[in-house]
Write a protein that binds this ligand. Structure first.
Ligand code: NAD
Length: 261
């Protein structure tokens, strides 16, 4: 499979799953725009590594996924600099763990903006470009939490259920334009996002670190193993292939059996 000459934008790709998507697409020959926050030198190192390891063009956008104008500008910049936007992966996401009655309103607004509304804004900017060229792939990282709930994650579960609905709606709207729209729903993937929620979960549930890992996180996953970021990225690469042309509007689980229960 080759994605040579395809141009991809991956939001939230300075670490974790997003960085794995960017590297996996580049490994197949796609040029990529990475996006996200973090240490400038570390981001530049990742961008340069994508170019040197895979012989593709790698560019970076610092667009803030809570800002609709910056999201539109990011898609326009990718189109101008790379020549097209063929693949859009909506991946930026954050988590906050708290009971609803204590949940800070600004955290609710931020999670809905980053985990859900940013995908709408990016699609709004990218779909006209994809329609004009007659080809496109849109993938969003939803979550097992787009299918099942957990207590203390109200904003996240709400945003991810919404993302699954947005995916189905967009897929129907562009179905005759050779554009597919899908979401990938991982279970627990060992990334900074999961690691950083352990202290809050310890507090919210009154548990030790080991209890959170084994009795809360891996308890949900029948395989008793974390999903690897590279496994999620491999599924995205497949969705970008011609073989996946008829997969659209799907919410694909990669969760060690979590949502089978
Ligand atoms: P991560 O914390 O490693 O990566 C999140 C990325 O989003 C980073 O690049 C960060 O800089 C970026 N980001 C955060 N706020 C942003 C903003 N306002 N604007 C632009 N970028 C922003 O986390 P991850 O685990 O790799 O998560 C990636 C996606 O996968 C998220 O949507 C998350 O909900 C989803 N997901 C993760 C898991 C898991 O277990 N790790 C499971 C299911 C779904």
């Amino acid at each position: 499979m080759s994605l040579k000459s395809r141009n991809a934008v991956v939001t939230g790709s300075t670490s974790g799953i997003g960085l794995s998507y960017a590297r996996a697409l580049a490994a197949e020959g796609a040029n990529v725009m990475i996006n996200g926050f973090g240490d400038a030198a570390a981001i530049e190192k990742e961008r340069a590594a994508i170019e040197s390891e895979f012989g593709v063009t790698g560019i970076y956008s610092a667009a803030d996924m809570t800002k609709p104008d910056q999201i539109a500008a990011m898609i326009a910049q990718a189109h101008t600099t790379l020549g097209s936007v063929d693949i859009l992966i909506n991946n930026a996401g954050i988590q906050y763990v708290s009971a609803i009655e204590d949940f800070p309103v600004e955290k609710w607004d931020q999670i809905i903006a980053i985990n859900l509304s940013s995908a709408f804004h990016a699609m709004k900017a990218a779909i006209p470009l994809m329609k004009a060229q007659g080809w496109g792939r849109i993938i969003s990282t939803a979550s097992a939490h787009s299918k099942a709930a957990s207590p203390f994650k109200s904003a996240y579960v709400t945003a991810k259920h919404g993302l699954a609905g947005l995916t189905k709606t967009a897929a129907l709207e562009v179905a005759t334009h050779k554009i597919t729209v899908n979401c990938i729903s991982p279970g627990y993937v060992w990334t900074p996002l999961v690691e950083s929620q352990i202290p809050d979960t310890m507090k919210a549930r009154g548990l030790t670190r080991d209890q959170v890992i084994n009795d809360v996180l891996l308890d949900a996953q029948p395989t008793k193993e974390f999903v690897k970021p590279e496994e999620v990225a491999a599924l995205a690469v497949f969705l970008c292939s011609d073989a996946a042309a008829q997969i659209t509007g799907a919410n694909l689980s990669i969760d060690g059996g979590w949502t089978a229960e």
